[in-house]
Ligand binder design. Structure first.
Ligand SMILES: Cc1cc2nc3c(=O)[nH]c(=O)nc-3n(C[C@H](O)[C@H](O)[C@H](O)COP(=O)(O)OP(=O)(O)OC[C@H]3O[C@@H](n4cnc5c(N)ncnc54)[C@H](O)[C@@H]3O)c2cc1C
Length: 436
């Protein structure tokens, strides 16, 4: 009987684990089943580019069926598990409840935005974690420009031209920098808005931006963004939000019509339904080989798991990055294959090679193999790195084409919020079309 190897989650950890398993396990010996709620991997480092209209949304995803040769893909949501019976519960995309048996299970369901109980935040803040978030952000920014352009008085206009981001990790910093770059690119088409000008505010609870990079590079990034007129408020938190404003811990009330929350992530909610031991942070507790504590056939990796970071002395968990999820995916596949053939498993060994923070306007900061780069060289290396890492030649060409077209001809300003929400047949909008 072939072994059933089930992977829950089709992001960085899931795809790279499945690809390695396809190579390591002979076809007749195992069935690999990947359960995922979307049929693509979202290449998150390029999400700010999609939000800023520099990249086509379809070009920042990797369709799983194009990358996997023989693993089975099941579109649906994992809803729970019974590890004592080796069972995983799922709801398929058409609403059927199924129970899957596994001999080996790899959990890699990633993370979601960590929303704090700040009054008004859940109702009025936008997230920046999914492709839908990125497109919503771009559309909201454009809609704000359209509304601002149509308003009679400058004060009301100003609120629509104020953009507040909370959380200055790489998602927040890259997100605000790319959005500002984009708005600067299109604002000439909005003459009243151009006269009033825009305001971009980045709020951070800690005393500096980007704890992931050395202080000198974080200072460079701060100086660069302040030089572009952006306000960076450290040691400051968001106290409350409403439809028209964001109020900060300093007491300042900023009239703003766009609030984006990028203050950290927490494991995907289903992690709490799997009957697995969790650490204080809510991530699944695993050992250095990524086997779940107290289990012989369940493994967990990526943002959802507290995989001990080999780069740190104490048993601190690996940072939630795709670099780690990719390497953990490959290693966990090797360990699953080893377990099935009675060989020894190996611990996860990886040290971060580098970090890039793209700040738009052809500038970035980067640390690569101990080297610190900033400005254009860092930006060039960051783009080359992402081109190299994006799977598939055609996808690399599409990325390069998007970047080149953006450089030469600027970016489009069509607000496409209606995409995916067509009017129902028979709606008034359709009735204006004369029948044939
Ligand atoms: C804006 C942004 C920028 C980033 N930039 C960088 C960067 O520059 N460099 C870097 O190293 N990292 C970056 N990251 C972090 C990186 O994206 C994550 O660390 C990485 O995606 C984690 O991989 P994963 O496999 O654990 O989760 P993911 O890649 O998120 O994959 C999890 C998958 O599981 C699916 N899933 C979730 N719940 C269920 C369920 N119940 N049932 C079925 N499927 C489910 C999800 O839809 C998803 O497809 C960034 C993140 C964001 C948000």
């Amino acid at each position: 009987m072939p072994y059933d190897v089930v992977i829950a989650g089709g992001g960085f950890g899931g795809l790279y684990a499945a690809r390695r398993l396809e190579r390591r396990l002979p076809r007749h010996s195992a069935r690999i089943l990947l359960v995922t709620d979307v049929n693509f991997l979202l290449y998150t480092p390029l999400l700010p580019g999609a939000a800023a209209g520099a990249l086509e949304p379809r070009h920042v995803v990797v369709p799983l069926r194009e990358e996997l040769e023989w693993a089975d893909i099941r579109l649906g949501s994992v809803t729970g598990a019974n590890p004592a019976a080796d069972e995983l519960r799922i709801v398929t995309v058409d609403g059927r409840q199924e129970t899957l048996h596994y001999d080996q299970l790899i959990v890699t369901v990633g993370s979601v935005s960590r929303v704090l109980p700040v009054p008004g935040l859940a109702e009025h803040g936008l997230g920046f974690k999914t492709l839908a978030d990125a497109i919503a952000l771009r559309n909201r920014a454009l809609l704000n420009l359209e509304i601002a352009e149509s308003l009679p008085d400058d004060d009301a206009r100003r609120a629509y031209l104020t953009f507040v981001f909370v959380g200055a990790g790489y998602a927040g910093l890259e997100g605000i920098a790319e959005l500002q770059d984009y708005v600067a690119d299109v604002i000439d088409r909005y003459p009243r808005c151009r006269i009033v000008g825009t305001r971009f505010v980045l709020v951070e609870a800690r005393d500096r931006v980007m704890p992931e990079i050395p202080a000198s590079l974080a200072e460079f990034a701060t100086r660069e963004l302040r030089g572009r007129g952006m306000e960076i408020l450290t040691n400051t938190t968001l106290s409350s939000a409403d439809q028209e404003s964001a109020t900060l811990s300093t007491g300042e009330r900023i009239p703003a019509r766009l609030l984006c929350w990028t203050a950290g992530v927490r494991p995907a909610p289903v992690v709490g339904e799997l009957g697995l031991p969790l650490e204080r942070s809510g991530r699944i507790e695993v050992d250095a080989t990524m086997r779940v504590a107290g289990s012989s056939n369940v493994w967990a990796i990526g943002d959802a798991a507290a995989v001990p970071d080999p780069a740190k002395r104490r048993r601190a968990p690996s940072p939630p990055t795709c670099q780690h999820a990719i390497r953990q995916g490959r290693r966990v596949a090797e360990n699953v294959a080893a377990t099935l053939s009675g060989r020894r498993t190996q611990p996860f060994r990886y040290r971060t090679l580098g970090v890039f923070v793209d700040m738009g306007q052809h500038k970035a900061v980067a640390t690569i193999l101990g080297l610190r780069l900033r400005g254009f060289p860092a930006w060039f290396v960051a783009r080359s790195y992402h081109l190299a890492l994006m799977p598939g030649l055609v996808r690399k060409i599409r990325l390069a084409a998007d970047w080149t077209v953006g450089l030469l001809f600027g970016r489009a300003s069509a607000e496409l919020g209606q995409l995916g929400h067509p009017p129902a047949l028979g709606d008034a909008a359709r009735e204006t079309v004369s029948p044939r």
